[in-house]
Design a binder for this molecule. Structure first.
Ligand SMILES: [Zn+2]
Ligand SMILES: [Zn+2]
Length: 420
């Protein structure tokens, strides 16, 4: 084959697309019920937006970002995540003016140059929520609730919500100091990346995927022991709100978010049954991000999840997402006159939302009836010579074989039968 799909990407084929439509529309509906509105940003942005927000030293920026220079020498990047672009848009479009809080959601492809594996792709589709405008712990719980109710609403059961607080820049100073003290004697055993992390962002030492580093990191001090009074209080209030909302959670002090801008609440939803790639979605507060990319200091939080892993989990739990659409009617005509009579009616039915299948290449009755059966249509709509003369159609129920004759006019009667 001369042309092949790029490594780490995939086609959503027609036979699978109904599943995507289902999970996407379920997300849109739930987000709307919480008062969130969709925002769409371009798939590429100035590269510096992600360098500034994620941090130059993050893996995303250093190793995984698709960068390119345009014809005028400007540096761009395919977006590796959705939060920085949404916040860029919020600041640029002055969405802070007027309305108190911005409640936003997005759906779209993200790009990371990463080693492809099950549930992990170089172009992947994310759903995400961004809430901008308040530090009230209620909103931490609200954002988590959207994620939780989305996943449970789709039918997933083996879910675990993990919660942590990563503190604020103030209490991070003490924690970073404690981490350096802990890791210092282990420094020679750490991987080269961790050697750099030790100086720049000791917290990233907790996130290393190299097994020997992981083992050392497992004995590191917990963030939760280093929260200041304000952060402790916020964390307790978030837990209280979640309990009031009857959302079960466990505390996991090991959650570190991969990106620099997170403060306070951090959370992840784990699906037990997906092996190593078991995190379905994650998020947290990023009270420092808006100021970091040139806006006012406004508290915010959000989450993002990937549809690929979500669909794997739904498959693993054998949740049905419906099935590919089948025709309401399959049109069978005998002779050219019948065809010509029916054409405007077929389209009027389609305009009324009836899925009507019609194939002008098939002319024999037998071939058309066979095609109707294969299409799994509910009805065959048949027009032969008799029907042509009386301007009526035979509706044959393809499940039970029952037939009825119905006049073409008024068409509303036929539509009522088909929709009933
Ligand atoms: Zn703090
Ligand atoms: Zn390491």
């Amino acid at each position: 084959m001369e042309y092949q799909i790029p490594r780490g990407t995939y086609d959503i084929l027609p036979a699978q697309s109904y599943k995507w439509q289902k999970v996407i529309s379920a997300f849109r509906e739930l987000a709307a019920a919480f008062g969130y509105q969709e925002i769409s940003t371009p798939v590429f942005e100035q590269a510096s937006l992600f360098e500034r927000s994620s941090g130059d030293s993050s893996d995303v920026v250093k190793k995984e970002m698709y960068r390119f220079t345009d014809r005028k020498g400007r540096e761009f990047a395919l977006r590796p995540e959705g939060t920085a672009p949404v916040v860029r848009s919020y600041v640029e479009n002055r969405l802070d003016i007027g309305s108190a809080n911005a409640k936003l959601y997005y759906i779209g492809p993200m790009f990371r140059y990463d080693r492809p594996q099950a549930g992990r792709y170089r172009q992947f589709y994310q759903y995400g929520i961004e809430f901008i405008g308040s530090n009230n712990p209620y909103y931490d719980a609200e954002v988590i609730a959207i994620l939780w109710f989305y996943l449970t609403g789709l039918g997933l059961q083996k879910l675990r919500l993990e919660l942590n607080s990563v503190g604020c820049p103030k209490c991070s100073v003490d924690y970073d100091k404690a981490l350096r003290e802990y890791f210092k004697p282990h420094l020679p055993q750490l991987c080269p990346d961790c050697q750099i992390r030790f100086d720049q962002k000791p917290r990233r030492l907790l996130d290393c995927k190299v097994p020997s580093c992981k083992k050392i990191a497992s004995g590191a001090p917990s963030q939760l022991d280093y929260l200041d009074a304000e952060c402790r209080e916020h964390f307790a209030a978030v837990q209280e709100q979640l309990s009031l909302m009857e959302i079960p959670f466990v505390i996991n002090p090991r959650i570190v978010r991969g990106l620099d801008y997170y403060t306070n609440t951090a959370f992840e939803v784990i699906y037990e049954g997906l092996g190593a790639q078991n995190s379905l979605a994650g998020g947290g507060r990023y009270n420092a991000l808006l100021e970091q990319i040139g806006g006012k200091s406004i508290p915010a939080l959000g989450f993002a999840g990937g549809f690929e892993r979500l669909l794997l989990a739904l498959d693993e739990e054998k949740v049905s997402l419906g099935r590919p659409p089948v025709p309401d009617i399959y049109v069978i005509t005998m002779g050219k006159a019948a065809q010509q009579l029916l054409l405007p009616y077929i389209n009027r039915l389609r305009q009324a939302g009836i899925y009507a299948e019609y194939d002008p290449d098939k002319t024999s009755f037998k071939a058309q009836l066979k095609a109707a059966d294969n299409s799994q249509a509910r009805f065959a709509l048949i027009v032969g010579e008799d029907e042509l003369a009386s301007r009526s159609v035979v509706l044959k129920n393809l499940q039970n074989g029952q037939q009825q004759t119905t006049p073409l006019e008024p068409l509303s009667e036929l539509i009522a039968i088909l929709k009933g």
